[in-house]
Design a protein around this ligand. Structure first.
Ligand code: ZN
Length: 306
């Protein structure tokens, strides 16, 4: 079984910053019956790790409550089996076993990242990240972690924290601690950018639409991932990349789940296929004039990671 884990953190880095006594007070203590989780490839921060079969315990009341809250805000049924494990090498992961959607968290890990000041937003973000993997379909093909999927789950986590009233720092704190990344997991800076875009989507001002697209730009002969943020108000849309305005569009129509934008200066149409939840939108472009786009519609993402 391949599993999508959040690949969050180098545990030694975390331990250096954690009080030894904190481990005595578990943030999400497990209760109840044992559940057999089959052996799988555990995708850690810097390399894949194989984990043996594990025993999961029924989640804590707090974990169940957090998962129910996340599902409630996006109108999902909370049909996940949430399990706690006591493996210090693990953090949290999502997988499907015998048709059942599992969300598994390591108690020592959740303890290390717990925010103790107000609400435990970092714990919330981790659960939202794992649920995001399920919601975005990442657990269906048994491929395991890879960077764009991680960013999509991070974006969803930022969206959830925003919807539930957390601030931008609450949404990104845990993702800022992830280090340099690996073949399966992107570096912290990308993860913070994705979670931030999700948070801004959830907390947009009244009358403002926000749609985010994950794509790749060609830089020095290589494709680099970028989260592109589109925001619209009164039919005027701005495209922002890396915090800078990249282009301005006029919204000329909406049809079904698509928004059609036109850039007069470049004679370019952009179509954004909307998803009402915290997922990324999918973008396409076509040439044309103000009256009409001329197909074909080309995906904005040249790499087509999906
Ligand atoms: Zn993940």
């Amino acid at each position: 079984m391949r599993i999508c884990n959040c690949g969050l953190i180098d545990r030694r880095t975390l331990l250096r910053g954690a009080g030894a006594t904190a481990l005595a007070m578990l943030a999400f203590p497990a209760v109840g019956h044992a559940f057999k989780i089959r052996a799988g490839t555990f995708c850690g921060l810097s390399k894949d790790r194989k984990l043996p079969a594990m025993t999961g315990l029924a989640a804590s009341e707090k974990a169940d409550r957090v998962v129910a809250e996340i599902c409630g805000i996006v109108g999902l049924p909370a049909n996940f089996r949430v399990l706690a494990i006591d493996d210090p090498k693990a953090n949290a992961f999502a997988s499907i076993q015998d048709g059942e959607r599992l969300v598994v968290y390591s108690e020592p890990f959740m303890e290390l990242i717990a925010d103790r000041q107000n609400r435990d937003w970092s714990g919330m973000a981790v659960f939202a990240h794992e649920i995001g993997h399920h919601l975005c379909g990442h657990t269906l093909d048994n491929v395991g972690s890879r960077p764009p999927r991680e960013l999509e789950a991070d974006h969803f986590a930022g969206f959830i924290v925003g919807r539930l009233g957390g601030d931008l720092d609450d949404a990104t704190r845990v993702f800022a601690r992830m280090g340099a990344g690996s073949a399966t997991h992107p570096p912290s800076a990308e993860r913070v950018a994705a979670a931030s875009a999700g948070w801004r989507k959830a907390t947009g001002k009244a009358g403002e639409d926000r749609l985010n697209v994950l794509t790749h730009n060609l830089k020095d002969g290589n494709y680099v991932r970028v989260v592109v943020e589109f925001s619209g108000r009164d039919r005027r849309w701005t495209e922002v990349q890396h915090g800078q305005t990249f282009a301005v569009f006029e919204e000329l129509k909406r049809k079904g789940r698509s928004v059609f934008l036109f850039d007069e200066g470049r004679s370019i149409w952009v179509r954004l296929d909307v998803d009402g939840s915290g997922q990324f939108a999918t973008g396409f472009w076509a040439r044309g004039d103000r009256q009409k786009a001329t197909p074909p519609w080309t995906p904005l993402d040249p790499v087509a990671w999906r």
